[in-house]
Design a protein around this ligand. Sequence first.
Ligand SMILES: Nc1ncnc2c1ncn2[C@@H]1O[C@H](COP(=O)(O)OP(=O)(O)OP(=O)(O)O)[C@@H](O)[C@H]1O
Length: 577
Amino acid sequence: MKRVLSFLGPYRFAVFIALSLTLIELAVELVQPFLMSRIIDDGIMQEDLSVVMTWGGVMVGLSLLAFAAGITNSFYAAHVSQNTGFDIRSRLFDKVQSFAFSNFSQFPTSSLMTRMTNDVNQIQNTIFMSLRIMLRAPLLVVGSVIMALLVNAQLALILVLTIPVLVVFLLWLVRKAGSLFKAVQARVDRVNNVVQENLTAIRLIKSFIRRHHESKRFTGASDELRKKTVKALRLIETTMPVILLVMNGSIMAVLWFGSIGVNTGGASVGEVVAIVNYVTRMTGALSIFSMIIIIFSRARASSERIADVLETEADLKDTDSNEPAAKVEKGAIEFDNVSFRYPGSSQQVLNNLSFRAEPGERIAVLGATGSGKTSMFQLIPRLYDLDGGAVRIDGHDIRKMKLNHLRREIGYVPQEVMLFTGTIEENLLWGKEDAGIDEITKALKDAQIHDAVTELPNGSKTVIGQRGVNLSGGQKQRISIARALIRQPKILLLDDSTSALDVKTEKKLLEALKEYSCTTLMITQKMSTTMNADQILLMEDGTITAKGTHDELLSTSPLYRKIYESQFGKEGIADVR
Ligand SMILES: Nc1ncnc2c1ncn2[C@@H]1O[C@H](COP(=O)(O)OP(=O)(O)OP(=O)(O)O)[C@@H](O)[C@H]1O
């Protein structure tokens, strides 16, 4: 809670004003029963109308003051709660951006989404309520006891005895409800996870006719959430009856001892009415507690979940060194005895992998599924750190290069195309913010997608849906390539990015790439692509089993020859190049 409360720091002044206004409202509320006792004892009982008018006028004036204070307090409470929520969300977002991939296995996407939305909302509501009523309720209870003691100390003793019992009960409730609401938030995560997966894979679900199965999965998660929430609310619901029982018992006791007091001269009617009034107000304040406990318990659970994210250190650290020489200059890549396993996994994905790519060279990477091709690619922009060996670019170990310097010079086209909601142009600008229209057109042309884009209703201004739902697989791949090319990268990584292209289009694309003179690594399954590469790396089980040109591998690698024959037949094709 402390970590999250520290976000209130910049709004100290507004918090101070809001709380001061609460105190005004509270003071008015506390003084009303006292004024009423004066009206009864000095006005009504003495049949003095001027006293009734005077104190009545004061009561109306104070009510107007409390009204104005309440409105202004709401204004400040909204300002502080919304701004704090905004700050927490921004900080969470920045933190998540700094995470390494291993951090994401600690916090699943759906959980991060819940934390950034639902959990932050809980905190916002709690801050708003705190500034509006949360403080007022306990202060009203304490203030009522003090005022009651001032009005008639003997009768007020009844309250002095009952209040601590209720306070202990409420504190126990807060503790218990906290853990229950943490479980509720975890179930919200689960529901979000099912919804997220479902919406992402909606086409697959429809084509596999898995709607019923998915509905069951969602209902299961939603039912779990319902059960946990009901369990938490049931506990909270015990508050009201307990408070009402104890407080109504107190009123009975005040009336009982009050009537004895009035007969023996130990209390006046006005004093008894005033104390009953204070007890009624306290009952109201304590009833609000049941609501406050729900909000506060949820906020405690949410703030722990938010703090968990904020206090997590990113597993992959940028270098402290600011050595200007450690930059990508020409794009020579060297893998020196690289070993790698994914964080948290025992499986060695890459074993003693070594190769060199000279600046401007085109390297084709070929290998069975799961042989480690994508893993090897991900090490170049340092998306993961290695277990052994080194990856060097232009002779510099990438761990000694600033991540921004390194990644700025790399055009990465991942296997799974990811486009953002927005226009095609915006998707390209995502690759280079300040690119002009000429650069956009050139990138689209080189990626062999320009003609298709101009045929769209609004050309490059056509809005593409989430993840590019309104484009074909090949179109998405080419826009994704254009987004990498627009950066004019020194290193281009194409992870099976031409799989949906026909041989002719792919040939044109590879021709256009020559102009970029960047070092290009291409994962591919197509022989037509490998044939023209300067070097081919053949991967098996996380290691390079053969490397060389097409002709060299045809004569030295039985596996390469087998792949070749599987695509072109035993006789091969004389020249598809
Ligand atoms: N995030 C991950 N965490 C743990 N293991 C992983 C992760 N990603 C991949 N692996 C494992 O690493 C191995 C190599 O995977 P990789 O994706 O590099 O293979 P690939 O050669 O690119 O396969 P494909 O051609 O199917 O894309 C596989 O055994 C896979 O199970």
